[in-house]
Structures are given as structure tokens and as C-alpha cells.
Design a protein around this ligand. Structure first.
Ligand SMILES: Nc1ncnc2c1ncn2[C@@H]1O[C@H](COP(=O)(O)OP(=O)(O)OP(=O)(O)O)[C@@H](O)[C@H]1O
Length: 211
């Protein structure tokens, strides 16, 4: 039984400012929304979970993912998936190349890698687009590819750093449901940072405010 993401007695200080002071467990498939004013420490918290927070921050407490302590592990060994405001697709790789890049190196065979990429595209409603150049995709298609790329890396947790804020209003609802549905279906504990209260309402879970 997976225990999800645990942030135990976690505090993040910058000089004499206490930015984050939190004790939180996010269950598999649960989506927790994190809100707070600019500079309150939301991105710092995500950075700490990823293992990319610079040492200028003073951090106490423990981060555990499914019973593995992440503190001290290199970012690439943490199984943390993150989506940003920008989809960050590699412009020099095809759509399929972007997806294949994320596959764990343990999946070696070319046929198996192609099959995984094709299945991911199909489940995102993008079947047949593997050879396309990402610049030729619509905003919605790019957002879907970005999520599939994260999922193909087989993360144990999903972090969302304002991932819908650059999407047109009409598209936003659609991509939100796409991301939330897949996060739940994959049983991923999910932590979403946002400034948009509608994101929190759509996630239909706990909302935490940093002040
Ligand atoms: N590398 C760094 N070195 C020093 N201070 C930093 C660094 N990165 C961020 N900070 C400071 O840490 C504080 C928290 O920043 P953080 O980016 O976590 O806030 P945030 O809540 O994500 O803000 P926003 O909503 O604007 O993204 C801010 O005062 C910021 O200036």
C-alpha cells in the first residue's frame, strides 16, 4: 500500500523569514492546492521536494514519498514529476522524441519504447502525431504532450506549478480535467501551486494557504 507524499514538520527559512511551516500528507490520487501571495514560498516548497532548492534556504523536516525519504537524494533519483507554466517541450525533437526522452532507461528495446510512446499519444487523444514537430501543435495538444512526458517518466508524485495559467480560458477547463483525471487514475499524490481559485475549485480537494 503506497503512503503518498509526506511533508513532516517541514520548515523553510530564508534568513530570518519563516516562509513555509507545514505538516502534510497527500494520499495517492489526492490533489492538494497550495495558494499564497507572491514571495510566500510556494515555488521554494516545490523546489525542495524536487531537490533543486539552493542552499541559501534553511530547511528542516522530512520529505517522504511512499516510505522513501527523499532528503539527500539527487533530483533524478526522486521520481518527482513536475509541470510548469510553460510546457518546455524540446524544440529540436519530434513529439515522439520528446516523449521517448522521458522513458526510464530500464526500458531498452526500441520496439517497446515506440509502443510506450504510441500508447501515451493514443491515451491523450493524439494518436499518429509522433513524427510531428512540436511547433506545429496547438496549445492544447502541447499541454497534453507535456503531461504525457511527465507520466512516461513513471513519477511517484506530481507537482503542478501554475500549469494552466498560460492557457486560453476555453482550453483551461479541458486541460485541467485531463491533468486531474490522469493524476487520479495513476494514483499520484498531486500538489498544485496556483494563483487561480478556479484551479482549486476544479481540483475539488483540500486548499492550503501560505501567508
Ligand atoms: N535563489 C534564491 N536566492 C535567494 N532568495 C530566493 C531565491 N529564490 C527565491 N528567493 C526568495 O524566496 C522567497 C520565496 O520565493 P518563492 O519563489 O518560493 O515564492 P512564491 O510564493 O513561489 O512566489 P510567486 O507566487 O511569485 O512564484 C522570495 O522572497 C524570493 O525572493
Amino acid at each position: 500500500m503506497k503512503s503518498g507524499l509526506e511533508l513532516r514538520d517541514l520548515s523553510i527559512r530564508l534568513g530570518d523569514r519563516l516562509l513555509v511551516d507545514i505538516d502534510l500528507v497527500i494520499a495517492p490520487g489526492e490533489i492538494v492546492t497550495l495558494m499564497g501571495p507572491s514571495g510566500s514560498g510556494k515555488s521554494s516548497l516545490l523546489g525542495h521536494i524536487c531537490g533543486t532548492l539552493p542552499p541559501v534556504f534553511d530547511v528542516r523536516g522530512v520529505v517522504r514519498l511512499n516510505d522513501t525519504v527523499l532528503d539527500g537524494l539527487a533530483p533524478q533519483d526522486r521520481h518527482v514529476g513536475i509541470l510548469f507554466q510553460d510546457d518546455l517541450l524540446f524544440p529540436h525533437l519530434s513529439v515522439g522524441g520528446n516523449l521517448a526522452f522521458a522513458l526510464p532507461s530500464s526500458i531498452r528495446g526500441k520496439t517497446e519504447r515506440r509502443a510506450r510512446v504510441a500508447a501515451a499519444l493514443e491515451s491523450a487523444g493524439l494518436a499518429g502525431l509522433a513524427e510531428r514537430d512540436p511547433v506545429t501543435l496547438s496549445g492544447g495538444q502541447r499541454a497534453r504532450v507535456a503531461l504525457m512526458r511527465v507520466l512516461l517518466s513513471e513519477p511517484g508524485v506530481l507537482l503542478l506549478d501554475e500549469p494552466f495559467s498560460k492557457l486560453d480560458r476555453g482550453l483551461r477547463d479541458q486541460i485541467r480535467s485531463f491533468v486531474f483525471d490522469l493524476a487520479r487514475k495513476n494514483g499520484l499524490p498531486t500538489l498544485m501551486v496556483t494563483h487561480d481559485p478556479e484551479d482549486g475549485q476544479a481540483a475539488n480537494g483540500r486548499v492550503i494557504a501560505l501567508d
